[in-house]
Design a protein around this ligand. Structure first.
Ligand code: ATP
Ligand code: MG
Ligand code: MG
Length: 380
């Protein structure tokens, strides 16, 4: 029985392990926390990223290693890759860990990005602001997620406050200043590339964020026209340049009808959770297939899906459990402010049925406003 090693034991590892089981693949997860939620459904090794004795034993027990957590130190990934197959390869991981390398690669692939400039000192922040202007966003180059490590600069007078918030991280991780994009909408494309270069994408997903955290996804994104093929080709170019193996997500802004690259995630992605029930093959199953070296499955959508993220704590499950073709996911995590603790996906064969189903549970979910936004997008 093939054994899939997963670095990081959060909800992504948990859903990977659940998708691996029917394929006859067993998951072995590494996390420094003994209560990592993937440990409820898979065997867990408690170790941190520099515990090379534990990692040596782990490498000896698995056939392939992959990631639930994109910020595993590059040194650890390289060290493991000398002992066992690691997908995606450490080089691809390293690019996706650094917003500067990532945006530079996007441009090389023909994907435009917001204007950006690397910042190491307070003086460089002033220079970059003079060039890029406000509004802008100062971000750490590394280790940010869920909108953490970011400061929104509304006017030039905010430069001091931005530096007070993030300047201390400039020497260790580097910073990047990005122009703020007044986007029409946010989309993501989830893509998968196999060990022999086979490539597929799921239909584009439209995403809504609240305080920098994904809160709602709708797929297939309505009314994308030629953007679907354009996003697929960009994702393919990117994957081939990185010799990428596995699932990844490319987060996009649409401005004046054109795509701009925000960032890529070198792993299964929150905006792809709808694929569990809403696509013929889920992102989790296809990631397992890709890294193990099995044929990839069909990425078509079965109909329309809306996915709600539960942040901080879970709401009452009953309205979802009682609704038609609605699916509940409890990650088994302790509630904590800002933490992703679960999600729900509502599926339907077409837009009008989805609107009806969402309308029926929006209030119970406490998501009236967002459901309105999704309904407006679907109704267009
Ligand atoms: P993730 O959890 O997706 O990894 P992250 O912390 O890496 O998040 P980003 O994706 O850079 O953060 O930003 C989070 C959200 O903030 C974006 O999805 C978008 O809504 C908004 N945002 C980020 N950068 C910009 C920008 N340059 N212009 C406008 N909005 C932005
Ligand atoms: Mg990110
Ligand atoms: Mg993001």
């Amino acid at each position: 029985q093939p054994v899939l090693g997963i670095l990081g034991g959060g909800q992504l590892a948990r859903m990977l392990a659940l998708a691996a089981a029917p394929l006859g693949v067993r998951a072995l997860v590494v996390d420094s926390a003994a209560d990592a939620c993937a440990g409820q459904v898979a065997e867990l090794v408690k170790a941190d990223w520099t515990d090379y004795a534990a990692l040596e034993a782990f490498a000896g027990q698995v056939d392939v290693v992959t990631f639930d957590f994109e910020n595993v130190p590059a040194d650890t990934a390289h060290w493991l890759a000398k002992r066992v197959a690691v997908f995606p390869a450490p080089r691809a991981l390293a690019v996706a860990q650094d917003r500067l390398a990532e945006k530079t690669l996007f441009r090389e692939c023909g994907l435009q990005t917001p204007d950006f400039k690397a910042i190491d000192t307070r003086a460089e922040l002033d220079e970059a602001l003079a060039l890029i202007g406000a509004p802008a966003i100062l971000k750490t180059r590394r280790l940010g997620y869920d909108g953490k490590g970011q400061f929104r600069i509304r006017s030039l007078a905010d430069a001091d406050a931005a530096w007070a918030a993030l300047g201390a991280q400039a020497s260790a991780h580097g910073l990047i200043l990005e122009a703020f994009v007044p986007f029409e909408r946010e989309l993501s494309v989830i893509a998968v590339r196999g060990r022999h270069g086979e490539f597929r994408t799921w239909p584009l997903t439209q995403n809504w964020h609240t305080d920098g955290v994904l809160s709602l996804s709708l797929a297939p994104a309505p009314d994308v026209g030629a953007l679907q093929d354009r996003a697929t080709e960009l994702a393919r170019t990117l994957a081939e340049k990185l010799d990428y193996v596995g699932v990844f997500a490319l987060e996009l802004f649409v401005k004046n009808g054109e795509l701009l690259g925000n960032e890529m995630a070198p792993r299964v992605h929150n905006s792809g959770h709808w694929t569990i029930e809403g696509a013929v093959t889920s992102q989790f199953e296809n990631h397992v297939r890709a890294v193990i070296g099995l044929p990839l499955g069909d990425t078509s959508a079965r109909g329309l899906s809306a996915m709600f993220n539960w942040i901080g704590e879970l709401p009452d499950a009953d309205p979802v459990l009682e609704a038609v073709d609605a699916h509940w996911h409890d990650y088994g995590k302790q509630p904590r402010p800002g933490r992703k603790v679960g999600h729900a996906t509502v599926c339907a064969p077409n837009a009008s049925v989805l609107m009806e189903r969402l309308g029926g549970i929006a209030h119970a979910l406490g998501r009236d406003q967002q459901v309105d936004a999704a309904l407006r997008a679907v109704a267009k």
